[in-house]
Ligand binder design. Structure first.
Ligand code: SFD
Ligand code: AMP
Length: 640
C-alpha cells in the first residue's frame, strides 16, 4: 500500500518471538554471536517485558530437575514425561531440556528472581519437579537479561512487530515478513538462520468464557498459533498436532491447580463429596501401563473427573478449605495453628496474584475466602502448547550425543532443534514431542537452540537470497484486509456487518464453533469421530476461502485478522491429525468415539503431518517411537 514504509533488516540470526524460549535463545546466541562477529535480532509482536505466557508472572517454576542433589536423574524426568504423555515423547529432546534446565533456574535467581527458600536455605518445592517463586516480575527479569545480552553483542530487538510469513530461498529459510502494530510500516527480515518461538495457540476452540468474560482463558489469548502457522508455511514437518492440552482450572477465571494439588495437598470432590481419584481408580486399568504409574498422567486425572461430570455428579470442587484447615491444624497448638492459617491465606492469594490475577479478582468479587469455602474447578477448552502437558509443535532434530543406536537415523539431522527446513530452528511451544518444559525448560531449550543456530550460521555463512517479487506479493497479501475494508466499509451503515468482508472477531467465532462442535470441544464433551472430523474439514475449507475476505479497519484489526488465519491453520493441522490417529490415547484430552480404546500395536508412534507449499497438499506421516533409555518393566512402573 502506498502509505506504508518498508523497513529492510539484514541480520545473521533472527529470533521470532520474545517469550521464555526467545529470551533464552537471545542470551545464549548473543554470547556465541559476539565470539564469531555475528548479529542477533529479536522480533516480538508485543513488549518483551510483559509478552507471552509469563506476561502476568507465575507462582512456580515447574521444571527443576535438581541434578546436583543427586535425588533425581535425567532418566527419571524422561520416564515421568513419557508416562504422562501415554508413551509418546521424544526422549532425546526431553533429556536435552532436563540436563540444561537447572542452570537456567540458577541464572533466573542470579538475575533477581525470588525463589522460595526454607529455613535451611533450600528451595521450597511445590512437588517433585516444581519450585515456588515470588514471580510477579518473572518476565521482566528474564527479558532484561535478554536485552542486556543483545546490547552487549551489538544485537537489536523490535517490539510490536507482528510476524506473518516465512521467506524462503529454495529449501532454506531466508527470513520473515511482518508489520508494525503501531505505525504504517512493513518489515522484511533477511537472515542466515531463524529461530521460531512465537508460542502456542489459544482461542482456536470456543472458550467457556462468554459475554463480558470473553477473552478470558488459561493460556494467553495473544498466543494465536503464529509458530504453527509459520513453520507449516515454511514446509516443516509437524508432530503431535493431535495432542492438545486440556487443563483443569478453577472455573471461570482459570486459576491453575498445581499449587493446590501439590503444595496444599487439596482433594477434588464431586457434588456428593466423593473423590473421583479414589472412586474411579479401576478405570485406570483400561489405560495401562500408563494408568498405573504415579503421578497419574494429567489427561487421565482429567478423564476420571470428566466421567463424574458426564454422569451428572458435578460440580467438581477443589476443597481449599479442608486443605488449609488441615495444614493449619497440623502446625501445633492453637496459637501456632492461627499463625499458620494467616500464612496459608497469604500464600493462597499470592498464588493467583502472581499468575492469574483475574482468579483473585473473581474470589474477591464473589466473597470467596479459600480457607472457608471451596471453589469449583472444570476442564478448560483445548489449547496448543507443546511446553506444558500437550505436545504439539514442529518435528525437530535432537542433539547428537543423546541419540541411541536406534534413534540416530530418525531423530538427528545435524543441529539440535533444527526443524526439517534448513536453517529454521524451533523452541518452547514451537517444538513438539518434548512436553513438560514449562517456563524454565522453554528458556533452557531456547538457550541451546540459540547456540546450535549460531553453529549452523558459522558453518553455512552465506546470506540466503530473498526473492523481491515474492516478498512484494506476500506483503500485498499481508496488508490486503486493510485495503479490502477501506474499499467496502461505506457500503453499510454498520461497518461491522458487510456482505463484502468478514471482520476478524466474527471469523474467530466461526472457527471456534466448528472446532467446538466437530473437533471435540467443551460442548461436544471432548468427543469426536470420523464423520464429525470430515465435516469439520469441509467447513474449514469454506472458512479458508472466506479468509481472503477478512477486513481490517486499522493496524490492530490487521493483527487480529492474521491471528485468526494462524489459528485456522493450527485448527486444520489438529483436525487432520486427530483423524489420522485411529485410536483414543489421551481420553482426558479428546476421545475418538469410533475408536474408544488405545491401540498400542498400531499407534505406539508419532502422528506427523506436513503441508506442502508447492502442491498445497497435506501429507500424513507415521514416525516410530524409539527409545534412548532402557524401558522399565510394567511391574517397576506400578505405583513407582
Ligand atoms: O501453573 C509473536 N506456564 C507455567 N510454567 C511454569 O514454569 N510454571 C507455572 O506455574 C506455569 N503455569 C502457567 C503457565 C502459563 C500461563 C499462561 C499460566 C500459568 C497462567 C507455562 C509457561 O509460561 C510456558 O510454558 C512458557 O512461557 C512457554 O514459552 P514460549 O517461549 O514457548 O512461549 P511464550 O513465553 O508465550 O512466548 C511467546 C512469544 O511470542 C510472541 N509472539 N511475536 C512476533 N510475531 C508473532 N506473530 C507472534 N506471536 C507470538 C509473544 O509476544 C511472546 O513474546 S501453570 O498453569 O502450569
Ligand atoms: P498446573 O497448575 O495444573 O499447571 O500444574 C502445575 C504443575 O503441577 C505441573 O507440573 C503439573 O503437571 C503438576 N500437577 C498438577 N496437578 C497435579 C496432580 N494432581 N498430581 C501431580 N502433578 C500435578
Amino acid at each position: 500500500m502506498a502509505d506504508f514504509e518498508t523497513v529492510n533488516v539484514t541480520t545473521d540470526l533472527l529470533i521470532l518471538g520474545g517469550g521464555m524460549a526467545a529470551c533464552g535463545a537471545a542470551v545464549e546466541a548473543s554470547y556465541w554471536a559476539k565470539k564469531n562477529g555475528l548479529k542477533v535480532t529479536v522480533v516480538d509482536k508485543a513488549a518483551m517485558d510483559r509478552s507471552g505466557a509469563v506476561a502476568m508472572g507465575l507462582s512456580a517454576i515447574n521444571q527443576y530437575v535438581d541434578l546436583c542433589s543427586g535425588k533425581n536423574t535425567i532418566k527419571d524426568y524422561v520416564d515421568y514425561v513419557r508416562m504422562d504423555l501415554m508413551g509418546i515423547i521424544r526422549e532425546d529432546l526431553v533429556a536435552n531440556i532436563a540436563r540444561h534446565v537447572d542452570s537456567t533456574v540458577h541464572l533466573f535467581e542470579k538475575w533477581g528472581l525470588p525463589i522460595w527458600k526454607d529455613e535451611n536455605g533450600e528451595f521450597v518445592h511445590e512437588g517433585r519437579w516444581q519450585l515456588m517463586i515470588n514471580g510477579e516480575s518473572y518476565k521482566v527479569i528474564v527479558a532484561e537479561a535478554a536485552k542486556n545480552a543483545l546490547a552487549e553483542s551489538g544485537g537489536e530487538y523490535f517490539e510490536r512487530v507482528f510476524i506473518t510469513e516465512p521467506l524462503m530461498d529454495g529449501d532454506r529459510i531466508a527470513g520473515a515478513i511482518g508489520f508494525s502494530t503501531r505505525e504504517n510500516k512493513t518489515y522484511v527480515f533477511n537472515a542466515k538462520a531463524t529461530i521460531v518461538c512465537m508460542g502456542g495457540a489459544v482461542h482456536v476452540f470456543k472458550p467457556r468464557s462468554t459475554g463480558e468474560g470473553l477473552g478470558r482463558a488459561w493460556y494467553p489469548p495473544w498466543n494465536s498459533g503464529s509458530s504453527a502457522y509459520f513453520t507449516l508455511r515454511a514446509g516443516a514437518e509437524m508432530t503431535s498436532q493431535e495432542v492438545r492440552f486440556i487443563p483443569v482450572r478453577f472455573k471461570d477465571a482459570y486459576g491453575p491447580v498445581g499449587a493446590w494439588f501439590l503444595l496444599f495437598k487439596a482433594a477434588a470432590t464431586n457434588a456428593d463429596g466423593g473423590s473421583y481419584m479414589v472412586e474411579r481408580r479401576s478405570e485406570l486399568e483400561n489405560w495401562k501401563p500408563y494408568g498405573l504409574v504415579k503421578p497419574i498422567p494429567a489427561n487421565l486425572r482429567n478423564w476420571l473427573g470428566m466421567l463424574d461430570t458426564m454422569e451428572g455428579k458435578g460440580p467438581i470442587f477443589m476443597r481449599t478449605e479442608e486443605a488449609i484447615q488441615k495444614i493449619a491444624a497440623d502446625a501445633g497448638d492453637e496459637k501456632a495453628a492461627k499463625k499458620k492459617l494467616k500464612e496459608l491465606e497469604a500464600e493462597a492469594w499470592e498464588d493467583f496474584l502472581d499468575m492469574t490475577i483475574s482468579q483473585a479478582i473473581l474470589w474477591a468479587a464473589s466473597n470467596v475466602e479459600p480457607e472457608k469455602k471451596c471453589s469449583e474447578i472444570a476442564a478448560a477448552e483445548p489449547y496448543f502448547i507443546g511446553s506444558h502437558s500437550g505436545a504439539s509443535g514442529a518435528w525437530v532434530s535432537g542433539p547428537e550425543d543423546l541419540q541411541s543406536a536406534d534413534t540416530k537415523g530418525d531423530y538427528f539431522w545435524g543441529y539440535a532443534n533444527m526443524s526439517t527446513v534448513k536453517g529454521m530452528f524451533c523452541a518452547g511451544d514451537a517444538s513438539g514431542a518434548s512436553s513438560h518444559k514449562f517456563s524454565s525448560g522453554s528458556h533452557a531449550e531456547g538457550r541451546y537452540t540459540g547456540k546450535a543456530a549460531i553453529k549452523f550460521i558459522v558453518e553455512n555463512n552465506d546470506l540466503p537470497k530473498i526473492d523481491a517479487a515474492k516478498t512484494a506479493e506476500l506483503t500485498k497479501r499481508m496488508l490486503h484486509p486493510l485495503e479490502h475494508y477501506a474499499a467496502h466499509c461505506k457500503f453499510t451503515t454498520d461497518p461491522k456487518t458487510n456482505p463484502e468482508y468478514i471482520i476478524p472477531k466474527m471469523f474467530m467465532f466461526r472457527l471456534q464453533k466448528i472446532m467446538d462442535e466437530y473437533v471435540a470441544g467443551v460442548s461436544a464433551q471432548f468427543s469426536t469421530n470420523k464423520a464429525h472430523l470430515e465435516k469439520a474439514l469441509e467447513l474449514l475449507d469454506f472458512l479458508k476461502e472466506d479468509s481472503e475476505k477478512l477486513g481490517a479497519a486499522d493496524l490492530h484489526e490487521l493483527m487480529r485478522c492474521w491471528e485468526n488465519v494462524q489459528r485456522m491453520w493450527q485448527a486444520e493441522a489438529h483436525t487432520r491429525t486427530i483423524l489420522f490417529r485411529e485410536e483414543t490415547r489421551w481420553p482426558g484430552y479428546y476421545r475418538r468415539a469410533d475408536f474408544p480404546t488405545m491401540n498400542e500395536d498400531d499407534w505406539h508412534a508419532f502422528a506427523n503431518c506436513r503441508w506442502n507449499p508447492g502442491t498445497n497438499e497435506w501429507e500424513m506421516i507415521k514416525r516410530p517411537m524409539l527409545h534412548v533409555y532402557p524401558q522399565p518393566q510394567e511391574h517397576e512402573l506400578i505405583g513407582g
